[in-house]
Design a protein around this ligand. Sequence first.
Ligand SMILES: CC(=O)SCCNC(=O)CCNC(=O)[C@H](O)C(C)(C)COP(=O)(O)OP(=O)(O)OC[C@H]1O[C@@H](n2cnc3c(N)ncnc32)[C@H](O)[C@@H]1OP(=O)(O)O
Ligand SMILES: O=C([O-])CC(=O)C(=O)O
Length: 369
Amino acid sequence: MRDPLPRTPVGLDGVVAAETVLSHVDGAAGRLIVRGHDLETLAGMPFEAVLALLWADLLPGSPDAAAIHTALGRARLRAFDLMLPRLAATEGLSPVEGLRLLLGALGDGEAEPHAVLAVAAVPVFVAGLTRRRAGQAPVAPDPARGLADDFLTMLRGAPAGAEAVEALETYLVTVADHGLNASTFAARVIASTEAGLFSAVIGALSALKGPLHGGAPGPVLDMLDAIGSEAAIGPWIDDALRRGERLMGFGHRIYRVRDPRADVLKGAVSRLRGAGNRIGFAESVEREALARLAAAKPLRPLDTNVEFYTALLLEALDLPRDLFTCIFAMGRMAGWTAHVLEQERSGRLIRPQSRYVGPMPAASVRGAA
Ligand SMILES: CC(=O)SCCNC(=O)CCNC(=O)[C@H](O)C(C)(C)COP(=O)(O)OP(=O)(O)OC[C@H]1O[C@@H](n2cnc3c(N)ncnc32)[C@H](O)[C@@H]1OP(=O)(O)O
Ligand SMILES: O=C([O-])CC(=O)C(=O)O
């Protein structure tokens, strides 16, 4: 007998790998609680206020939203200086690869609190690398602006309207934290080795990049484009399911009902002028997809996840679809940093077990010497 471990499904379903005060995902009820607040009550708050909630008791002095606004403005200036000499190296990389490269400029010796600098750096880097590939010079941050507002200003080279800022802010808050999802788990594993916050969030970004996690919203739009017309919806979905493909923006490891973030984001898209036609089509696709998924997988409830209306919202904001994962990272950096700080406080190495199912040596040489 060389296998004392019970057979378990791979994927860590249902395994508790950390205790957290940060967020709770109730998959049966379709409820997301962030530090004692339902998502729906957070959705109107500034991103800086949600950062104050997530970082409370984890950052020295538990700064409030106003102090975080000031600290993030200062840190964006620092990130801009770090970015300038490295921007050329992002040539030829996808935006998320470029962001990963630029985050590598954040060294453990930085004076700003690392959580603050990591959150501040994402909008600066994403705006800078997007402008560079369009042949435009980077725009310096304005520390007086809020993070969402400054990102759109740095990206476009001109202030964005209040409606767009509010919609982006709703998005950033909605995706700020979500229990022990794959990227946050990756961050906590890296933090548990005491490798430092910047290493942990670069690892998290690498996990987010995949199409089964934060890479899904771009492909949601690809799917809507490929379907093309109302008449094609049913046959297109049937063909995709027949080929064994996954419909992007549907299904979730934890939710067995509709992801509560979907409706918050759908509301935000609906409030944006000019988003009307595409949202009507998206609703038809969603309706048909849910009916067909229920018929195809009767034993596995599959509902709409956050990425479906993320795609619609970011498209309505006129953001290029290959930036969507970077913008997800802009919001999720809040949660990653808070989880890293919490993990560093608990201080225990995360090291699960694998079950060896490979061959044993033909003849034992142990003890022969
Ligand atoms: C922010 C986020 O990360 S939200 C998720 C974003 N990702 C997506 O939208 C990609 C599409 N969705 C998926 O791939 C999955 O639903 C995931 C990755 C999100 C969750 O996957 P898991 O919990 O591992 O589900 P699992 O792989 O066990 O799937 C169970 C069954 O449902 C099917 N299924 C799951 N999601 C989908 C989907 N979107 N479309 C079609 N079938 C699906 C699987 O093929 C599988 O069927 P089978 O039992 O006949 O083989
Ligand atoms: O929780 C998950 O597994 C994926 C997800 O929705 C997120 O990270 O926002």
